[in-house]
Design a protein around this ligand. Sequence first.
Ligand code: IMP
Length: 193
Amino acid sequence: MDLVFATNNVHKLDEIRAILQGKINVLSLSDIGCHVDIPETADTLEGNARIKAEYVYNKYGYDCFADDTGLEVKALHGAPGVRSARYAGDQHDSVANRRKLLADLSGTDDRSARFRTVIVLIIKGKEYVFDGMVVGHIANSEKGTQGFGYDAVFVPDGYESTFAELPAEQKNSISHRANAVSKLVNFLNTHPI
Ligand code: IMP
């Protein structure tokens, strides 16, 4: 059984293939000959995940799923949210994004934040939505060298370390994406396709 993951992000592909343990053959965008950068023009995470999944389903006819992730900061009224990748500009620069976030929160006491991932799955034209979340706060400065994106400034609840200081396996066992993916996997295991 083939299922396309509408991404070319190698880390995300490895993660889901490891979890599915070969039960489902997960194909990437390049595996199906799709080399376009699908524009994420919606104003919600679910909307962007849906755009990517529907693009693949309508154009290539494969059952597929897509994800979108955002960091939501309470003191910033949910920003950067759906604009997380472009927070400091269209160049998708993680270093600049983290710097801007710390500057925008300078002097702010309530640094509560959460990561949220939404996955949209399309099987035989029917859509299913799964989401995952991890709650925590934004550190006062960057710490750690692992991970990517906002990892060096996000401290999950129950920990003193940022995601970038935790071993990858530990982050991946509690992360927003892990939560959403485990709901997807549960669904796939109980609804054979
Ligand atoms: P995407 O939906 O996975 O492309 O993520 C959007 C943006 O959120 C990325 O550019 C990253 O900056 C950020 N992001 C997504 N997942 C993570 C994560 O697990 N840790 C830190 N930042 C993340």
